[in-house]
Design a protein around this ligand. Structure first.
Ligand code: ASP
Ligand code: MG
Length: 455
């Protein structure tokens, strides 16, 4: 069996929905399990209407619900289904969802209390509506689709907003609910992004979490392949907004892809690869608008013939903190104290470089910054630089090939570079620059490692 996950833009309207059905139909022999996001923009709209309601603006909340959520799904139903009886049934089911949401918003406008638990429940409607329509649409195209509730499959802890799946229980549940359906020749259609805790209360896995759902389901069911269908040709050699002639990367190792997902490539949710990696299941990224484009294949190991540098990524909105203290000199325990502060503020550190008397760390911007700096100041003088960016040159064979660092820094001779780190796994070369240099740096490095061929 395989898992096929479609992102929001791959089911954003009737046309996309039909296209998705065609792609699934073409894969029926491989016994697919279909995992879906909400239709593009719907999760955001749900969050906006919940917030508006909780802020006391009920009229606005109900308007968003009607205009941006309910009507949107009705349009898709009318555009994608031809059987009128089926259309009717679906509209009735969707309007039941819409009624529930209407009441929820009313309740929120009275209590003003939008807890993470309630927000998760509100957000869950996006995936529940998209899968409801998709399952029907597939059935109309003679695919034996069965709508399967993710909350009966993915069991998580109770960290609302970023719940962690319990793999053991999730395995048992998927075996029980999904496996028999596949064996019977059916195609389960499951919501991405959502799950339920032990008490059956709805949770979500964090924004963009449908990729992760697909990987978890693929891993627990030992899928042969996990396919992530999106709206780009795969992972590219650089951000096409900066480098218009960036190319598709045909193959990446799990390690390379994880570095890229973490440092900015927006194609994959950073946690996605972990479950796949643990079970050695290849992950394919495909463009649902151009299935013939070939995509990117992510697999345990790269072929020895693949290029040294695979991609250049970046992450903006980085802050660098430099902590210096003479006490650090020849002393132990200093790093521990520093890291304890980050731990207390639940802030994760991306890069670390040290000298005898100072340590520099990079973090994503966080509202906790001021408190964090204040606590760090107990251990030394703290300098903070905001508006930085991390640039990351990724490739397994950087490890083996000499001279990559020299080429990078020679090319960027006149750009001030603030922290340099060659990842512990030696598959990336990472450094920090001022955000304003990002376009030039990414373009120059792309020219260096992916010179234009031809003329
Ligand atoms: N619908 C969710 C979101 O927008 C999950 C996903 O699309 O992956 O974050
Ligand atoms: Mg996504």
């Amino acid at each position: 069996m395989i898992v096929m996950k479609f992102g929001g833009t791959s089911i954003e309207d009737a046309r996309a929905m039909r296209n998705m059905c065609g792609i699934v139909k073409g894969r029926v022999k491989r016994k697919p399990v279909v995992v879906l996001s909400a239709c593009a923009g719907v999760t955001d709209a749900l969050i906006r209407c919940a917030r508006a309601a909780a802020e006391g603006n009920e009229a606005e909340a109900q308007r968003i619900l009607r205009r941006e959520i309910v009507e949107r799904h009705y349009d898709i139903v009318q555009g994608v289904l031809t059987d009128l009886g089926r259309q009717d049934r679906l509209i009735r089911e969707l309007s039941a969802f819409s009624e529930e949401l209407r009441h929820l918003l009313y309740g929120l406008s009275i209590t003003g209390d939008l807890s993470p638990r309630v927000l998760d429940f509100v957000m869950s409607y996006g995936e529940r509506m998209s899968t409801l329509i998709a399952a029907s649409a597939l059935q109309e195209m003679d695919v034996r689709a069965v709508l399967t509730d993710a909350r009966a499959c993915i069991m998580t802890d109770s960290t609302f907003g970023k719940a962690e799946p319990d793999l053991r229980e999730t395995t048992a549940r998927c075996q029980q609910t999904i496996r028999p359906r596949i064996a019977a020749g059916e195609v389960p259609v499951i919501q991405g992004f959502i799950g339920a805790n032990e008490q059956g209360i709805t949770t979500t896995l964090g924004r963009g979490g449908s990729d992760f759902s697909a990987a978890v389901i693929g891993a627990v069911l030992h899928a042969e392949d996990i396919e992530i269908w999106t709206d780009v040709d795969g992972i590219l050699t650089a951000d096409p907004k900066i480098v218009p002639d960036a190319r598709r990367v045909e193959e990446l190792s799990f390690h390379e892809a994880s570095e890229l997902a973490y440092f900015g490539a927006k194609v994959l949710h950073p946690s996605t690869l972990i479950p796949a990696m643990e079970k050695n299941i290849p992950v394919h990224i495909y463009n649902s608008r151009r299935p013939e484009a070939g995509g990117t294949l992510i697999k345990p190991r790269v072929s020895p013939t693949s290029s040294t540098v695979k991609s250049i990524s970046y992450k903006r909105g980085v802050t660098v903190l430099n902590i210096s203290s003479a006490r650090m000199l020849g002393n132990y325990g200093f790093m521990k104290k520093i890291f304890d502060v980050f731990h207390e503020h639940r802030t994760s550190v991306d890069l670390v470089t040290t000298s005898e008397v100072s340590v520099s760390l990079s973090i994503e911007s966080t509202p906790a910054l001021e408190d964090l700096v204040r606590d760090l100041e107990r251990h030394g003088a703290v300098q903070k630089q905001t508006g930085r960016a991390i640039v990351c040159v990724v490739g397994e064979r950087i490890r083996a090939e000499k001279g990559i660092a020299a080429r990078v820094f020679d090319r960027l001779r006149d750009i001030p570079i603030e922290m340099i780190s060659q990842g512990a796994s030696e598959i990336n070369l990472t450094f920090v620059i001022d955000e304003k240099h990002v376009p030039r740096v990414v373009r120059d490095l792309h020219d260096e490692f992916f010179p234009r061929t031809g003329s």
